[in-house]
Design a protein around this ligand. Sequence first.
Ligand SMILES: Cc1cc2nc3c(=O)[nH]c(=O)nc-3n(C[C@H](O)[C@H](O)[C@H](O)COP(=O)(O)O)c2cc1C
Length: 192
Amino acid sequence: MKLQIVIGSTREGRKSLQFSKWIESSARDLEDVEVEMVDLVDFDLPLFNEAVSPRYNPDRKVEGDVKKFLDKLAEADGYVFVTPEYNHSLSGVLKNALDYTAYELNRKPAAVATHGSVGGARAAEHLKMILSECQAVIVPINLHFNHFIAGNIDEEGNLIKELKELQYGPHTTVNTMLNDLVWYAKALKAAK
Ligand SMILES: Cc1cc2nc3c(=O)[nH]c(=O)nc-3n(C[C@H](O)[C@H](O)[C@H](O)COP(=O)(O)O)c2cc1C
């Protein structure tokens, strides 16, 4: 089974990268699961301006990085979408990337992992609504990282010892979220 972690911030010095690395390292012990990072930095996605909505365009032909991005998403059985909170919502780059999708996320589970001053809670609510419209199945457990990333997760994606020692810390939430994501991915794959 293939899971992808989609990194929803592309700015220089982004904290989402180390946050995503920590999620990836937490997913390493999952059985029979291959985890891949999908970094929006690697795709040149212009602001969406197709004349017809992707899901209502049977003649749609995508090329270049848009095709590369959509083909990549299509490979996965499930996703973790990572976004910071920008102005009480998800990042513009992630929203733009999702606007390109047609059927790539259909009936596949999507978990949401956010960060920001209130754990990216407002970004998560918006992102879940958007992913649902993209035909994904939303994993109910959200990962809201409500500590500053700097000082709590290092550049390599290691969580500090103090947080690891908390009885109900972010490491327990990330594991619950990932286990649920795998559960939904297996169930949905079997149903197909
Ligand atoms: C344009 C912009 C808007 C932001 N708005 C919010 C906000 O509404 N709520 C919040 O908690 N943090 C907000 N922040 C802080 C970001 O969540 C924080 O800088 C985070 O590290 C950004 O993620 P990134 O470093 O991966 O891009 C904002 C940051 C930027 C750059």
